[in-house]
Write a protein that binds this ligand. Structure first.
Ligand SMILES: Cc1cc2nc3c(=O)[nH]c(=O)nc-3n(C[C@H](O)[C@H](O)[C@H](O)COP(=O)(O)O)c2cc1C
Length: 186
């Protein structure tokens, strides 16, 4: 699949077929994720592949964020055959060689690195016939507890993965002229 076709054809899908996802496809999407660029190639992204039904149900309970509330991906987290939990090992992205914060962004570059890895993963999933939805509105510390994530690792995103069982039209995007300018910020 052409890269532009993958970028434009990928959709956030929240209903999946019950068919299992073979290990080779999981490996293919994780392989794509590990080839994402990262801060000084520090590769802080980590992935937990969840297949256990009970764990998925517990993680679904964290959706809605720290203040609670509905998340349109609640059923996707419960019912997708696979859930990939994207985590970041802290203290790497955004730091100098002498372990000092390097920019005005503090250590938030871990969000950038995991975001790039997540996009690679989602595009690769689309290219091998799978669908996904990135879910960020959940209680990450609670999810960390459920998964036994150590203190120096942060849970960033829940990513249900499976064969699509719905078709969705692309939500509109802003035009190029609206989001870009030449030589000076407009
Ligand atoms: C950082 C981030 C967090 C998101 N969190 C959620 C979420 O918690 N629940 C959900 O249903 N969708 C979530 N989405 C999916 C967006 O709603 C979706 O990407 C957007 O509407 C554009 O649709 P598309 O992905 O089909 O192009 C998230 C997307 C991103 C990039």
């Amino acid at each position: 699949m052409d890269v532009f076709e993958a970028i434009k054809g990928r959709r956030s899908i929240r209903r999946y077929k019950t068919d299992d996802v073979p290990e080779e496809k999981i490996n293919a999407v994780l392989d794509a994720a590990r080839w994402a660029p990262s801060w000084k190639n520090t590769q802080c992204s980590r992935f937990v592949v969840v297949r256990d039904k009970d764990t998925k149900l517990k993680l679904a309970d964290t959706l809605g964020g720290v203040r609670g509330g509905a998340n349109p991906s609640a059923d996707a987290v419960k019912n997708a055959p696979v859930l990939i939990v994207i985590c970041a090992k802290m203290g790497r992205s955004g730091y100098d060689d002498d372990r000092k914060i390097a920019t005005d962004k503090g250590d938030y570059w871990y969000m950038f690195d995991t975001g790039l890895a997540a996009q690679n993963l989602m595009l690769a999933a689309h290219a091998v016939g799978l669908a996904s939805v990135p879910a960020g509105l959940f209680d990450a510390p609670k999810a960390a507890e459920i998964l036994g994530v150590p203190a120096d690792v942060r849970v960033v995103m829940l990513l249900p993965l499976g064969y699509p069982d719905e078709e969705r039209a692309a939500p509109p995007r802003k035009g190029i002229a609206e989001i870009s300018s030449l030589d000076r910020y407009k």
